[in-house]
Design a protein around this ligand. Structure first.
Ligand SMILES: [Zn+2]
Ligand SMILES: [Zn+2]
Length: 312
């Protein structure tokens, strides 16, 4: 199971219909939070996202992307949490998040670690000296929004190849533990004395899933690179074509530009988010502009969950 739930999809400020940026990614029971705009904790309650999370990833420190962490951390403290929390963000994360965490007089009863990340980093572990991520890693890539902004790609490890039951039976391999060993890529000895390897019975390794979250950015090559073959690309689309100059001036993308990135990356699916307040009620115009370039496009709305299945 891998899914993302959009908690806030509005750019710069909340509207009646949309809160500011935040997205929860749930994979095999683990919840990761990307961005934490003001009011995110209430959106989590509203849309059933677990508070049992231990990592929050920030793409940059414009106020609409991180002010919610102040209240969320305090609520977690009230819940008597003891497990450490780890926050990731680009240069400046330590200073800004530390300030955010000391606002308010309540003592936070758990450790909050802050790690500054930069493009090219691969986050294989959860927290200092803690265990390795189970079956995936988080890759950090550069984006073009000023101030060292970054995006994050969750890349699953390769999966084992498919076990071909018919071929195993035809080869006379008895069902049971030998099948399990072959699946793991081991060579086995049969009761009749033959030795058989997994070749021909177990297929080639299959790719895991790739989910890419850009945060705010101009369309850029580093996102195209990070999103090569992505199962799901979540790209900001603050504006429509009629405001493409404004998008350029403010370090944002139009829906069409996001679609061009998805096309260049050969992504499977594109979801647009971080839309300007003028598209708050209906973002159909954005979808239309994007689909003309990349048909597999949807626009996020608050509370929307997107499942990410394996391609095969
Ligand atoms: Zn923003
Ligand atoms: Zn921004």
């Amino acid at each position: 199971m891998l899914s993302v739930t959009f908690l806030g999809t509005s750019a710069a400020r909340p509207t009646v219909e949309r809160n500011v940026s935040a997205m929860a990614l749930v994979r095999e029971g683990e919840t990761l939070l990307f961005e934490c705009g003001e009011g995110t904790q209430r959106q989590m309650m509203r849309y059933g996202v677990s508070f049992a999370l231990s990592e929050i990833f920030f793409t940059h420190f414009h106020a609409d992307h991180f002010l919610g962490v102040i209240g969320l951390i305090r609520t977690l403290g009230l819940q008597a949490r003891t497990e450490p929390m780890r926050l990731y963000g680009p240069k400046g994360a330590k200073k800004l998040l530390t300030q955010a965490l000391v606002l308010g007089v309540e003592r936070v009863p758990f450790t909050v670690e802050i790690e500054e990340v930069k493009p090219g980093m691969v986050l294989r572990e959860r927290g200092a000296g803690s265990r390795e991520r189970d079956g995936y890693e988080i890759q950090v890539f550069g984006t073009e929004h000023g101030g060292g902004s970054v995006g994050y790609a969750l890349r699953e490890h390769e999966r084992r190849g498919r076990f071909d039951v018919d071929k195993a039976r035809a080869a006379g391999i008895p069902e049971g533990p030998l099948w399990g060993k072959l699946t793991k890529g081991e060579t086995v000895g049969l009761p009749d004395g033959r030795t058989i390897g997994p070749e021909g019975i177990v297929g080639a390794k299959r790719p895991g899933r790739l989910v890419v979250f850009t945060g705010d950015t101009r369309p850029c090559a580093s996102v195209v690179d990070a999103a090569q073959g992505a199962d799901l690309l979540i790209h900001e689309a603050t504006f429509g074509e009629e405001e493409k100059d404004r998008a350029k001036e403010t370090g944002h993308s139009t829906a069409r530009e996001a679609a061009q990135v998805a096309l260049a990356a050969k992504a499977r699916r594109l979801v647009l988010s971080h839309v300007s307040a003028r598209y708050s009620i209906s973002a159909e115009e954005l979808v239309k502009e994007a689909r003309a370039v990349f048909p597999e496009t949807a626009v996020a709305k608050d509370g929307m969950t997107v499942e990410v299945p394996f391609a095969d």
